[in-house]
Design a protein around this ligand. Structure first.
Ligand SMILES: Cc1cc2nc3c(=O)[nH]c(=O)nc-3n(C[C@H](O)[C@H](O)[C@H](O)COP(=O)(O)O)c2cc1C
Length: 259
């Protein structure tokens, strides 16, 4: 093992934190290099990524409607593995992760990887600051690091056995397209932070108040805005937010699959 590749799609940063925690623990165990591929950035997502045989993949992504985010599916299908070991980290907003791990396992297996570890972790919900607030927290990061160490031990023992992960096939229906975009209030100071953070590049550089269609409602702009000027107030999202805040505030814990 020469290299650990930390790959993530993470609009609001929670999946990145978990993937990095797992990778850093594996790197510490093997004393190897870490490389990062940030698929949140459109140009990198649109690129081709090949994997040398001695590389191990740690893939972090958020759960969207119990699935792998649609926008991430084609980039993952284009990866070219050569039998590389991989570990998945699906990060969900304390409701459920449903089929997001088995779907990730299927996509990576077809792309030439061997998924021998997977974990469902919890991150603050994209649509609420009250659901899984502040997660992943210190305890989550420690669990992710311990998981990384266990994964490294599994590899050291020479085990490349595929794992049984919780989830269903066929998967849940995909998320319907939601035909609205975030609004911008007068608090906007034109700082442009949201322009850089938007994974879809749909916020205008010259005027960040303008958001084109093609938005995936990931909340990156809402969560990064220092003025809290970006809001998603479309009725379906407000309903989801109210449902989450009434039913899903009870703390869930990571679920790990290694054997
Ligand atoms: C479009 C969309 C759909 C989501 N669907 C789910 C879901 O099915 N279950 C859940 O628990 N959280 C769901 N979430 C919340 C995210 O999975 C969660 O907040 C995650 O930590 C965000 O990851 P990121 O910080 O890497 O962007 C959804 C978020 C968005 C934006």
């Amino acid at each position: 093992m020469k290299r650990v590749i930390t790959m993530y799609f993470s609009p609001t940063g929670t999946s990145r934190k978990i993937a990095e925690a797992i990778s850093s623990a594996i790197c510490a165990q093997f004393g190897c290099e870490m490389e990062t591929i940030n698929l949140t950035e459109k140009e990198i997502r649109d690129g081709e990524h090949e994997f040398e045989e001695d590389a191990l993949l740690v893939l972090g992504y958020p759960v969207y409607a119990g699935r792998v985010p649609e926008v991430l599916q084609a980039p993952l299908r284009r990866l070219k593995g050569s039998g590389n070991a991989a570990v998945l980290a699906a990060v969900y907003g304390n409701r459920d992760y449903e089929d997001a791990l088995v779907e990730g396992q299927d996509i990576l297996t077809k792309a030439g990887f061997s998924v021998i570890g997977a974990g469902a972790f919890i991150g603050e919900h994209s649509y609420s600051k009250k659901v899984a607030a502040g997660r992943p927290d210190e305890t989550d990061i420690l669990k992710a690091q311990a998981f990384g160490r266990q994964f490294a031990e599994k590899l050291e023992q020479g085990s490349t056995a595929e794992i049984k992960i919780k989830g269903n096939r066929p998967y849940k229906d995909p998320m319907p397209d939601l035909p609205f975009v975030p609004k911008t209030t007068d608090a906007c100071s034109n700082c442009g932070i949201c322009v850089k953070k938007c994974p879809m590049q749909v916020i205008h550089k010259e005027n960040p108040r303008v958001v084109d269609s093609g938005c995936i409602l990931c909340s990156a702009c809402v969560k990064c805005c220092p003025e809290e000027a970006k809001i998603i107030d479309a009725e379906p999202i407000l309903k989801i937010k109210a449902m989450l805040e009434s039913k899903f505030t009870h703390r869930k814990e990571p679920e790990l699959f290694l054997f």
